[in-house]
Write a protein that binds this ligand. Sequence first.
Ligand SMILES: [Fe+2]
Length: 386
Amino acid sequence: MNFDFYLPVEIIFGVGSLEKLGEVGRRFGYRALVVTGRKSAKEQGYINKALDSLKRWGVEEVFVFDQIEPNPTDKVVNHASELVVKERIDYIVGLGGGSSLDSAKAISIVSSNEGYAWDYVNYPEGPRLIPFFNRPVICIPTTAGTGSEVNRYSVLSNPIRKEKMVLSHSLNYPKVALIDPSLTISMDKRLTATTGVDALMHSLESLTNKFSNTFAEDLAIRSIKLIKTWLPIALQEPNNLRARSCMSYAAMLAGIAIDRKRVALIHGMEHPISAHYPHVAHAEGLSALALAVTEFNIVGNPEKYSLFAELMGYPPKPHMAVKALEDFLERIDMRLSLRQLGVEREKLEKLTEDVCMLSRGLFSINPVEPTVEQVYKLYEKAYEGY
Ligand SMILES: [Fe+2]
């Protein structure tokens, strides 16, 4: 048994915790920037609630940057960072789905150091620049999946280079995660399912990859159990606060698990898909890849795949992991193929090349280290729909 654990994020979890934003923010200064998406948080009244709380606790000035879109770009992070510098912002609040949280964290890094967002992403050779400073960030998720509120990752897209890369640094942790499960009630069925699959893939990949970390594995195990039980209920009963709380909790646990143990090939192969096809949601790509990659991976860690099958309610046999995943994706209407998602067959070669160029750092920790040809074959399988 061995593990290390480090998580410099204060977690405040509970229904109604959005109310505490002002009280928490006051510790970090008087000028705040709220980073959020174009529509949902505004329409649901979450922005107003956040602003009310900040004002109640004496914030001097609050700016709202509401231009974050799914698969957020380096350009939007650069743009918001300029605003942070110009307005002498003390702290940043990320309010929304993974895109808003990832952007808020990256804006903190870019606005506090030299250069631009793309200077800080992790190419296999390392980032071009190393950050030395940050600004405090408070993350408030309105979905249950990404786990960004508790880890050091920001996933950014560069539409000119057609690359999707991860910014990962110990200065990229938020200071506080304010997790209010009642905010996730407004998610529609599709968003509930996609974000839930993202959390499940975080748990599955961190449980089965080659990193050894007992503590993180326990978090992943608990997360899988919760998702298996509560995601179908959250889909059937969107207002069920217990189901929503369990999903927020599961996503948080999975977010911590990947912070310690990273992800693996399913995520590595997904990033080029949403880089080339920005209309594809992260978890749609994951769903399309999950079965083919899991079948490929089993031989590298049969013990953990047996455990996964068991946690999903199937006999504890390695090959049952694929069946368990297949049935679950079917049940939540997330059984997808790359073809259905609009990926073109002739692009599979380019996607393979990108994985091997940009995500090869994940190959050695994947349960089975793939070759270029194997990655291509897995894309082919996922294209046809396993
Ligand atoms: Fe993910």
